[in-house]
Design a protein around this ligand. Structure first.
Ligand SMILES: Cc1cc2nc3c(=O)[nH]c(=O)nc-3n(C[C@H](O)[C@H](O)[C@H](O)COP(=O)(O)OP(=O)(O)OC[C@H]3O[C@@H](n4cnc5c(N)ncnc54)[C@H](O)[C@@H]3O)c2cc1C
Length: 399
């Protein structure tokens, strides 16, 4: 086991760190204040090669491995969760899914423009009545002579107001349940594709989140990722990559909380000495440091497994669960270290505290991650309806 990064990885990390400190950091605060989705900053991030980081160079990407991608996402996540969300959605949910499930033609059509940021993509799984139970899609796709017509609604879709292409999950035949699901590549300029901005979010003010109405949206017959019936598998493979990216971003928040808190604790004086000299303050710093390091190691483990092409759903869920919950804890603790100063956005801890809260919700809540981990431990799937449980478990269930 070797925990040292290669020289190239160190260089990529330093570059991402410098870019975050010099370009992302200051704009993040202003964008959050103004509730502004900063397309220019997205362009600068694309210029760095971070939007298609794991996409092979032949399709316009940077061709990075997952471990290195995680290191980049950690740095951007430290600077701005709103921009980290752009990277996670574009790279992990959209590009990695196209890479895994797309035809050669689909890859050549979409990936280069997604990597340069000319086009943004969005991932339409969640619906007003369908969240954790993702297989229960209400959006319907009806076959026509020349393709499909989609009707329904999507909810909480990141970048939905700015995207050029949407991965839309829909049911083609309700009788088939999850075997009827399909993932459609929908051109967002199509008539009937109607996104609207969701206002009033607690955090991620610099990111775009949409509710999308789908009203007789026409899709060509070949605009499907995989086959009809693959939709659920497509969604789950996308989330394996997306959860990794969210977890890596949360390592960045934990790390940022440590750095900002240590720096503040050494400067701020009370009772005639730096607050960092008090044992109770050091305990808070230590708690954050342990969480940051443990989260990073869990993310790196998941990344290495991905790079080796080995199964990693369990390890990715563990990393997502631990890193997101840790980042929520760290942001809370970092505000405590800052005292009243942490309650305003002069310090990034205020924004981290608001931005991080969503990370234990999206891409599978913490409860869903625990059920994935519990399923791996027991072989029993708690994520299905009662009729699908094995007989002995049903018999043991309380009335
Ligand atoms: C800012 C933001 C951006 C988002 N971006 C996207 C996006 O780009 N694309 C997309 O498709 N979605 C996106 N989402 C949606 C997100 O993935 C969902 O909110 C999430 O999956 C949870 O679904 P829900 O909100 O419907 O909660 P629900 O599923 O209704 O869950 C509510 C509560 O019940 C718990 N619960 C549910 N089922 C179980 C169970 N079986 N056992 C135990 N507890 C359970 C949950 O853990 C949670 O605590 C985004 C959400 C937000 C807030």
């Amino acid at each position: 086991m070797d925990f040292d990064l290669t020289d190239e990885q160190e260089l990529i990390r330093e570059t991402a760190r410098k870019f975050t400190d010099e370009v992302v950091w200051e704009r993040a605060r202003e964008n959050a204040r103004r509730h502004h989705f900063d397309r220019d900053l997205v362009g600068l991030i694309a210029d760095q090669g971070y939007l298609g980081a794991i996409v092979p160079q032949e399709y316009g990407g940077a061709g990075l491995d997952y471990l290195t991608y995680g290191i980049v996402v950690e740095e951007i996540g430290r600077g701005d969760s709103a921009m980290r969300t752009v990277i996670s959605v574009q790279t992990s949910l959209v590009c990695s899914t196209l890479l895994k499930w797309g035809t050669e033609e689909q890859k050549r059509h979409y990936l280069p423009k997604l990597c340069t940021g000319e086009w943004l993509g969005c991932f339409g799984l969640t619906e007003p009545d369908t969240g954790s139970d993702a297989a229960n899609q209400r959006t319907r796709a009806r076959r026509t002579d020349d393709g499909w017509v989609i009707n329904g609604a999507k909810m909480w879709i990141s970048m939905g107001n700015h995207a050029k292409v949407a991965l839309v999950f829909a049911q083609t035949d309700p009788e088939l349940k999850h075997r009827g699901l399909a993932c459609f590549l929908v051109d967002c300029d199509q008539p009937g594709f109607q996104p609207s901005e969701i206002h009033g979010k607690m955090g991620l003010h610099g990111s775009d989140t949409a509710a999308i109405a789908l009203d007789d949206v026409h899709v060509p017959a070949d605009a499907i990722l995989g086959e009809v019936g693959d939709g659920f598998k497509v969604a789950m493979s996308a989330l394996d990559s997306g959860r990794y990216s969210v977890a890596a971003g949360c390592v960045g928040i934990c790390q940022g909380c440590v750095e900002e808190s240590v720096s503040y604790a050494k400067e701020r004086e009370q009772f005639g000495r730096p607050i960092g000299a008090f044992q109770l303050v050091q305990a808070m710093l230590a708690d954050m440091k342990v969480r940051a390091d443990a989260s990073r190691l869990l993310v790196w483990r998941a990344g290495v497994l991905k790079d080796q092409g080995r199964p990693n759903t369990l390890e990715t869920s563990i990393a997502k669960l631990y890193a997101t919950e840790s980042a929520v804890e760290c942001a809370n603790t970092a505000i405590q270290v800052h005292g009243g100063a942490g309650y305003v956005d002069d310090h990034p801890v205020e924004r981290w505290f608001r931005d991080v809260r969503v990370t234990t919700l999206y891409e599978g809540t913490s409860q869903i991650q625990k059920l994935i981990i519990g399923r791996a431990l027991t072989g029993l799937n708690a994520l299905v309806g009662d009729e699908q449980l094995p007989e002995p478990v049903k018999a043991a269930a309380p009335a």
